[in-house]
Design a protein around this ligand. Structure first.
Ligand code: N01
Length: 495
């Protein structure tokens, strides 16, 4: 990698999704102007640019799906659709004057840390490299579509669509469609598909807990109040926040409230599904919260439409003309929709990152990622992560967690710049102690209670979720304690 004449930025932000844009806004607000946001795609928006399948929407209330430092009184519904969310990201990018900092079509191919200079060297595919005093990796944990390892998948001669890369040119009218997967994406897609397709067969491996969503339009008066009355938006936000904090008691840990969540799920199943056989097939066999809770009012009704069928036999193979199940039935299909989630095998390190002493992050994370307070990793100075290891909420908005991460890392970057540090590197003992506590606490959570989910690695390690309340997480990230770090200036090295 050539670095000699590369420009030096104070901060390089990688990714222009929710986290990258939020970071850019906060950097500007803290007076840091010499930064760039590098985005591999040709537009901003990250997950909300990529996930455009029919029915794509947020299953977290909109009020909590915007930054408190960039409130949005305009949300049209309790839960907003993907187009509106993307519109929000675009509008705050323009409003907070982040646009001039964004470099589209800059795909980072690798990064290495120059200890002597205290600079990250960043290489791109087909672009000039840059150097930066600090880097924020905001590239998102769920970006690459995950296709299942089903024999014969490549032999299918019909149309294949992944939920995260929807093909809007494909006309579903009258088509025989097979949907593989029944997770958060699938329960949003299926109600839309059954309206258009000739027939829809839903291949379910594991039924999930489906709770009522109750999506309401925001009334004109309510909107006016959010616009005009100081503090009204914040108040509504707080109400949703603490509502979700209490949900944690029924989702994160196995408590009597977990039973309440399950009762609500069972009641919806009983109310919406009359056929006892179908109801049995749709009854989850794991504790509510172990996998992500599914929020939908129209998924069960969609499954019972005349043109829809739930298939619960395991898939044996995919053939050129459709799907064969284990009992030998052939299900012909014109199109297979893969609502099978994301490839998390490279989670957190989509790019090669080399830190101090030639350490390679992907090697260290081979058996599962770890960090200090989810935002920084020992041996990789001046590098900060958003949505890093063990920052998954499971019960509250990812944005709430992201905001704490962003505020923490902007404070840390301010320290690097103000004190002219070459390295701010978290101490390994602090990181180890932190992770030992996190993993001990995770042992008592429902996520580790025995179901299969993308939260866990193959050997059952949980590098994904934060085992606590959002309030607790916020508290942990409220300050940058320099005692946690080895602090190096150009002249001296002192811990
Ligand atoms: O993916 P998933 P997703 N044979 O991994 C099935 C976020 N999100 O895209 O449960 C048969 O949850 C698999 O079956 P099983 C959110 O964080 C947010 O739905 O493993 N089936 C499962 O049913 C979420 O957690 C929103 O047995 C196979 C499905 O495919 C994350 O994205 C909306 C299979 C995959 O479910 C991922 O959700 C949507 C196989 N070989 C998503 N392999 C919001 O609203 C996999 N499956 C914010």
């Amino acid at each position: 990698m050539t670095t000699n004449h590369a420009a030096v930025l104070d901060v390089a932000v990688i990714g222009a999704g929710f986290a990258g844009i939020g970071t850019a806004i906060r950097l500007r607000q803290s007076g840091i102007g010499n930064f760039a946001v590098f985005e591999r795609g040709s537009a901003i928006g990250g997950t909300w640019r990529d996930n455009t399948y029919p029915g794509a929407a947020c299953d977290i209330p909109s009020r909590l799906y915007s930054y408190s430092f960039a409130p949005n009184p305009e949300w049209s519904h309790t839960y907003s659709g993907s187009t509106e969310i993307l519109g929000y990201i675009e509008s705050i990018t323009a409003k907070y004057e982040v646009t001039p900092h964004i470099r589209l079509q800059h795909n980072v191919s690798g990064m290495w840390f120059d200890e002597e200079a205290g600079l990250w060297n960043i290489a791109f595919e087909g672009r000039e490299p840059v150097r930066a005093r600090a880097v924020v990796l905001a590239s998102g944990p769920l970006t690459e579509p995950g296709f299942p390892d089903i024999p014969g998948i490549d032999t299918f001669t019909g149309h294949k669509i992944h939920s995260a890369r929807w093909d809007h040119d494909y006309d579903f009218t009258g088509k025989r469609v097979a949907v593989i997967g029944t997770g958060a994406s699938a329960v949003q897609i299926i109600p839309e598909l059954v309206r258009k397709a000739g027939s829809v067969k839903v291949f379910q491996r594991t039924p999930g807990w489906v709770l009522p969503r109750v999506n309401r339009r925001t009334g004109t008066l309510a909107k006016e109040i959010y616009r005009q009355v100081p503090g009204a938006e914040t108040l509504a936000r707080q109400a949703w926040f603490y509502g979700h904090e209490s949900v944690a008691l029924g989702v994160v840990w196995n408590t009597p409230l977990t039973r309440v969540v399950e009762l609500v799920g069972r009641a919806q199943l009983r109310r919406q599904v009359r056929d006892p056989w179908l109801r049995r097939q749709l009854t989850p066999e794991f504790r509510a919260g172990c996998k992500r809770l599914l929020m939908s009012d129209d998924y069960y009704p969609a499954l019972q439409r005349d043109n829809c069928k739930l298939i619960t036999w395991p898939i044996a193979r995919i053939a050129p003309d459709g799907i064969r199940t284990a009992e030998g039935i052939e299900h012909r299909a014109d199109c297979i929709v893969f609502a099978t989630g994301f490839d998390v095998s490279k989670k957190g390190t989509p790019i090669p990152i080399t830190g101090r002493d030639g350490r390679v992050l992907a090697d260290e994370w081979r058996r599962g990622a770890f960090a200090y307070r989810s935002v920084t990793v020992s041996g990789y100075p001046n590098l900060f992560l958003t949505f890093g290891p063990n920052s998954g909420p499971g019960h509250n908005s990812a944005l709430v967690y992201m905001e704490s991460q962003i505020d923490y890392l902007v404070r840390a970057i301010r320290i690097i710049l103000d004190r002219d540090l070459t390295m701010l590197d978290v101490r390994p003992d602090r990181q180890e102690r932190y992770n030992a506590t996190i993993q001990r606490r995770l042992g008592a959570t429902t996520w580790n209670s025995g179901c299969r989910s993308w939260y866990l690695t193959e050997d059952g390690f949980n590098p994904t979720m934060y085992p606590g309340f959002a309030t607790q997480y916020r508290h942990e990230l409220r300050d940058v304690d320099l005692d946690d770090y080895t602090v190096t200036t150009a002249r001296s090295d002192h811990s």
